[in-house]
Write a protein that binds this ligand. Structure first.
Ligand code: PBG
Length: 322
């Protein structure tokens, strides 16, 4: 006890403080999401996400190459197709927007690691994450198309596919499909505990993926549930997920910590669009110090137990670093 113990000894100057710092945020652990559209515009800013744009193929390279040169290696691709239909056929088209982007990036950017978001919501005319029959999302029919989509991303060269649909059994189906096609080395980052969250609002503007009727509560999780999140993560690991994700991050730090304590796979957290936009909006008004608030938020996600953070801030962080 005091006076023997004086914790302030370890805080007395910045050098001592950095010696004992337990957690850090560095770009090796960040994944930068990009939105790629089939359009002639190289860059179309997303209103609700200052600093973030939709790109066409050339624009995506213009965005990613300078980040790569600053040491960013991990990119998560979201596609915005021209054509939407009831069966999301442009999601698994070998010349679809994501498939083309993967090939181009793999060609132009040496040793980048490509993750692809695997879901149907941006590709269906109704904006739902699966196939609809009589107004409900059919799990097993959706899983078939989701596995087919993952396969086409892997065949185009994706390193990891990241299913974000929350259908039951999709991780197992994807693993089996990849293995049957000789793609044992392609990994699965599963959106394992994905909550039905209002924090996805700005993203749905960016990805044109808002549901045309109803909501996503029959597949995404109830924010009130902790045990259910653990069960979802456990089943995804059993089905073959290499990395599991908690999403969103900030309102779910408790879930991240429990996952870290309990499971033996790397844990990712998605610092989602709404979390990003709140910081940007307050900073634009001069109400908070953007960099300090951002760094504190990212640190909290790491401290909670995330090994990997998917964040729109990855770009600012990479460009700021000397
Ligand atoms: C697709 C998907 C969503 C996000 C990632 N993948 C939206 C949703 O589920 O409605 C959200 C990402 C973000 O808000 O940044 N299903």
């Amino acid at each position: 006890m005091y006076p023997t113990h004086r914790p302030r000894r370890l805080r007395k100057n910045p050098i001592v403080r950095s010696l004992i710092r337990e957690t850090s945020v560095d770009k090796q652990r960040l994944i930068y999401p990009i939105f790629v559209a089939e359009t002639s515009h190289r860059r179309t800013p997303v209103d609700a996400m200052p600093g973030i744009s939709q790109f066409n193929l050339e624009g995506a390279l213009e965005e990613c190459v300078p980040l790569y040169e600053k040491g960013m290696r991990h990119f998560l691709i979201f596609g915005i197709p021209d054509r939407k239909d009831d069966l999301a056929s442009s999601a698994y088209d070998e010349n679809g927007v994501v498939q083309m982007t993967i090939r181009k990036m793999k060609q132009e950017i040496r040793d980048c690691v490509i993750f692809t978001d695997v879901c149907l919501c941006a590709y269906t005319s109704h904006g739902h994450c699966g196939v609809i029959k009589d107004g409900v999302i059919c799990n097993d029919a959706s899983v078939k198309l989701i596995a087919r989509t993952a396969l086409s991303h892997a065949q185009a060269g994706a390193d990891f596919v990241a299913p974000s649909d929350m259908m039951d059994g999709r991780v197992g189906a994807i693993r089996q499909t990849l293995d049957e096609n000789g793609l044992q080395d392609v990994g699965i980052l599963s959106y394992a505990a994905k909550f039905s969250s209002a924090f996805y609002g700005p993203f749905r503007e960016a990805a044109h993926s808002a549901p045309q009727f109803g909501d996503r509560k029959t597949h995404q999780m109830d924010p009130a549930n902790r045990l259910e999140a653990l069960k979802e993560m456990q089943t995804d690991i059993e089905e073959g997920a290499d990395i599991i994700m908690v999403k969103p991050a900030l309102s779910y730090l408790d879930i991240i910590r429990e996952a870290k304590n309990r499971f033996l796979v790397p844990i990712a957290a998605y610092n989602v669009s709404g979390e990003y936009t709140m910081v940007k909006a307050a900073a634009l008004r001069g109400w908070v110090d953007e960099k300090m608030v951002r760094d504190e938020i990212l640190l909290s996600i790491r401290r909670a137990g995330a090994d990997i953070i998917i964040t729109y801030f990855a770009k600012d962080l990479a460009l700021e670093e000397k």
